[in-house]
Design a protein around this ligand. Structure first.
Ligand SMILES: [Zn+2]
Length: 344
């Protein structure tokens, strides 16, 4: 079987010397057996760069969405068929050259979204596994929408997940910037690069070198500025990745809307739950205070001869409609003398 350039498009760096066309294709039965692997549970280790070097061949499986890549070291992995991925909405809608391709209001973002980060046929590799030098959040009153990961100029920068390159461009602030969109809608940003090795529209797989580290744009020294975004909004990458090891905290991630606030930042799960309880308590107290205040401001009027709803509305700076609502009456209700009406 010959290597299919389409199936491998951007998947693995492939040089002519590594081709070995004498390899026999895997049988359908064998492929089906292999496809029944168990689900991944976190934490998920980062791929070791260079481990899977030298792709030999791609094989069809029973499932047209999935193909198998065989490597020179006798290992193999699944890749998703890029031709089918290309038809999915995330690779077609809101696809432009701007850092924020969506321009959504914060209020239109989902309360919570569960994202599959890795599964049997998509992997993960830490772009630069070092200690975070500068965290996500506000820094000298400027919002910092990613994490800064020090490196040396020229060091390889690897893409975190499989995906398609949406932006490969120089920006005044970001310097050389690459944005990759992934099949779950997540986007990852790689900024201040000294070189960009991929073009818009390229398909990339986790661990592939997409550029070289540098200090271009607004940068005070060589580092990778790494962002994770969803629907155009950045959230702290430390929610996903444990630095300096670079491992994924879990195979799935529940993204809460509050994480998309630029002032938020990663907190360990126990703290996060405590924070939620605290917020709920604060909310309850605020609600009780609102009710108490409302109660305190309630005012009554005792009906006297000559009172009409119209006159009372003027006197108490309200409307006949509001008076009717408060007292469960209609404008035609007869006002008995001595009756107490709520007027505020
Ligand atoms: Zn930064």
């Amino acid at each position: 079987m010959l290597i299919s350039a389409v199936a491998l498009s951007g998947a693995v760096a492939l040089s002519a010397q590594t081709l070995d066309t004498s390899l026999k294709p895997m049988t359908r039965q064998r492929a089906d057996m292999l496809l029944g692997r168990t689900a991944i549970t976190g934490p998920v280790k980062s791929l070791i760069p260079g481990e899977h070097m030298g792709a030999l061949d791609t094989l069809e499986t029973g499932n047209p969405e999935v193909r198998i890549v065989l490597f020179a070291d006798n290992t193999w992995k699944y890749i998703r068929n890029a031709d089918i991925l290309a038809t999915e909405k995330y690779f077609n809608e809101n696809w432009n050259e701007y850092p924020d391709a969506y321009h959504l209001d914060y209020s239109n973002l989902p309360e919570r979204t569960t994202l599959w980060l890795v599964d049997d046929n998509s992997q993960y590799c830490c772009p630069n596994p070092v200690a975070v030098y500068s965290k996500f959040g506000y820094r000298h009153k400027r919002r910092h929408q990613g994490v800064d990961l020090p490196l040396k100029t020229g060091d390889p920068v690897r893409v975190a997940f499989d995906g398609k390159v949406r932006v490969s461009k120089y920006y005044h602030g970001y310097g050389n910037l690459i944005i990759v969109r992934h099949a779950n809608g997540l986007e990852t940003f790689y900024a201040h690069l000294s070189a960009r090795d991929v073009n818009v529209g390229d398909w990339v797989t986790a661990g592939q070198v997409i550029g070289k580290g540098g200090s271009t744009g607004r940068s005070s020294g060589p580092h990778l500025h790494f962002e994770t975004r969803y629907k155009g909004y950045a959230f702290d990458p430390e929610w996903l990745i444990k630095f300096p090891e670079g491992h994924l905290r879990n195979a799935t991630f529940t993204l809460k809307r509050k994480y998309l606030n630029p002032a938020s930042h990663y907190v360990p799960s126990s703290d996060d739950e405590e924070e939620e309880i605290l917020l709920a308590e604060q909310e309850e107290r605020a609600e009780a205070a609102r009710k108490a205040q409302q109660q305190a401001s309630v005012q009554y009027h005792t009906i006297r001869s000559g009172d009409t709803l119209g006159k009372l509305a003027v006197k108490y700076h309200t409307t006949v409609n509001q008076l009717c609502k408060w007292n469960n009456i209609t404008p035609k209700t007869t006002l008995r003398i001595g009756r107490k009406l709520r007027v505020h």
